[in-house]
Design a protein around this ligand. Structure first.
Ligand code: GRF
Length: 203
């Protein structure tokens, strides 16, 4: 099962997938990493693991649609079965979803539908919730509102700040993402309207 991972930053979720893919029981391999930013740590991690990389930066294209088409092509080169958005900070558009919709998942550091968007941890803290967590979702045209595949809760501590809470969420998030992606590779992913579940559709 071929995975392409989209990144924008540190790449700790990517690193967890790269660690897992050496185990044949995992059932999937990261065959390509695509970033929308040059020079990020995630690209170094991919190179260290011997995985090919590509950078498709929005500013190198005349408009968002041209960028999205180039991104789609860059991903398609690797012939993925599943695309994983792991800390990818841009929304994918219609051309991308036409090609990879239904088999693209994203990891988000909050319990969706609460706190979507780029600041899920900060927003949860500001709201004052006592429990937050992480979500793996199927990517659709909205902002973090695709069908939920899996979630796990993380308690908010009284003395948390954004960084301490995010670090605790990321520990859980990496484990959840690796678990979900491995299960998609081995057992498939079924999406029925808003309901997503691991496993193949009933015959
Ligand atoms: C993750 O918490 C992801 O959900 C969020 O940004 C973080 C990316 O971390 N959107 P990394 O680049 O995988 O280390």
């Amino acid at each position: 099962h071929r995975l392409v991972v989209l990144v924008s930053g540190t790449g700790s979720n990517l690193a967890a997938l790269l660690d897992a893919h050496d185990d044949p029981a995992f059932g999937a391999r990261v065959v390509g990493v695509v970033s929308d930013r040059a020079g990020v740590a995630a690209l170094d991690r991919a190179r260290e693991a011997g995985v090919p990389t590509a950078v498709v930066a929005l500013r190198d294209f005349p408009d968002r649609d041209a960028w999205d088409r180039a991104l789609t092509e860059a991903v398609a080169v690797f012939s993925p079965d599943t695309v994983v958005l792991a800390g990818f900070m841009k929304l994918v558009g219609a051309p991308f979803l036409a090609r990879f919709g239904g088999r693209t998942v994203n990891t988000h550091p909050a319990l969706l539908p609460s706190f979507p968007g780029a600041h899920g941890v900060r927003d949860a803290l500001a709201y004052g919730v006592k429990v937050t967590g992480c979500s793996v979702i199927v990517v659709d045209a909205g902002v973090d509102d695709g069908p939920v595949v899996a979630q796990e809760a993380v308690a908010v501590a009284d003395d948390d700040d954004e960084s301490s809470l995010h670090e605790r969420i990321k520990v859980v998030e990496r484990r959840l993402l690796v678990d979900v992606v491995g299960r998609i590779a081995r057992d498939g992913l079924t999406v029925d309207g808003r309901r997503a579940r691991l496993g193949r559709p009933a015959a």
